[in-house]
Design a protein around this ligand. Structure first.
Ligand code: HEM
Length: 209
C-alpha cells in the first residue's frame, strides 16, 4: 500500500515526533497534578536540561550507529532529533529566564557573566541557534554541503559544553554528568577512530601505503 518513502514520511517520522513529545507531555501532566516536588521551578529546569542532553546524545549517536550497522536510512531522523534537542533547550532556557529570573534581562546578563556553568550553558544554547536555523534542505543548498558540514561540527562543542555545564552545576554527586561525559567521549572518540581508519596513511614520498 505504502512505498518505503511514504512509510517513513507518514508513519515512522510522525511516530518519532510523537515519542519525542512524551517528555513534555509528562512534564505538563506532573505540573497539572501538582507533582513537581517541593521546588517546582528547579524540577522543571532540571527535567528540561536532562532532555536537552539526551536528545543531543541521540543526535550524536546517529553517525556511529550508521557506520557500525551500515543502516544509512538512520540519517533521515538525525535532523528531527537535533531539532528536538533545540526545542528542549528553548524550554530549558525559557524556564530559567522566566521562572528563575522573571525575564529581568540585567539579572540574566549578570548571571551569565558571573556563574561559569551558566556561561557555558548559555554559550551552548547560542551555538544551537545557527544549527537549527540552517537545518532545512534549502539552507543546506544555500551554504553548500561542505560549509554546512563545517558549521554543524559545532554540535561537538555543544555536546562538550552541555556536559561541562552539568558537571559544574552539580554540588557533590557527579555520577550522572560523568555518565553523559563517558557516552559523549565514546561518540566523539568513535568519529576520530573511524576517520583514522578510513584515511589511508600517506608516506613522505606521497605514495599511499
Ligand atoms: C545546550 C545547552 C544546555 C544543556 C545541554 C543543558 C543541560 C542541563 C542539564 C543536564 C542540567 C541538569 C539537570 C539535572 O540536574 O538533572 C541543567 C541544569 C541547569 N541549567 Fe542547563 N543546559 C543548557 C543550557 C542552559 C542555559 C542556556 C541556561 C541558562 C542561561 C541553563 C541553566 C541551567 C540551570 C539554572 C540549571 C539548574 C541548576 C541547579 O538546579 O542547580 N542551561 N542544564
Amino acid at each position: 500500500m505504502f512505498d518505503r518513502n511514504q512509510q517513513i514520511r507518514w508513519v515512522i517520522k510522525p511516530a518519532i515526533f510523537m515519542l519525542a513529545l512524551i517528555p513534555l507531555a509528562i512534564l505538563i501532566y506532573r505540573a497539572l497534578t501538582n507533582d513537581l516536588g517541593a521546588n517546582p521551578i528547579e524540577t522543571i529546569n532540571r527535567y528540561t536540561g536532562d532532555w536537552v542532553l539526551r536528545f543531543l546524545m541521540l543526535t550524536l549517536a546517529v553517525t556511529p550507529l550508521r557506520r557500525l550497522t551500515g543502516w544509512n536510512g538512520l540519517l533521515r531522523y538525525r535532523r528531527m532529533l537535533g531539532l528536538f534537542a533545540f526545542f528542549y533547550a528553548c524550554l530549558h532556557f525559557l524556564s530559567y529566564a522566566w521562572l528563575d529570573q522573571y525575564f529581568v534581562l540585567a539579572d540574566i546578563i549578570k548571571d551569565v557573566i558571573k556563574r561559569p556553568y551558566i556561561t557555558v550553558g548559555f554559550a551552548s544554547f547560542l551555538m544551537l541557534i545557527p544549527l537549527a536555523l540552517t537545518s532545512t534542505n534549502a539552507m543546506i543548498r544555500r551554504l553548500g554541503a561542505k560549509r554546512w558540514q563545517q558549521l554543524h561540527r559545532l554540535v561537538y562543542l555543544i555536546g562538550i559544553g552541555g556536559v561541562v555545564h552539568f558537571l559544574w552545576l552539580v554540588k557533590s554527586d557527579i555520577r550522572e554528568p560523568l555518565v553523559y561525559g563517558v557516552v559523549l567521549a565514546l561518540l566523539l572518540g568513535f568519529r576520530l577512530w573511524d576517520r583514522r581508519r578510513r584515511t589511508p596513511d600517506v608516506i613522505p614520498s606521497g605514495a599511499v601505503r
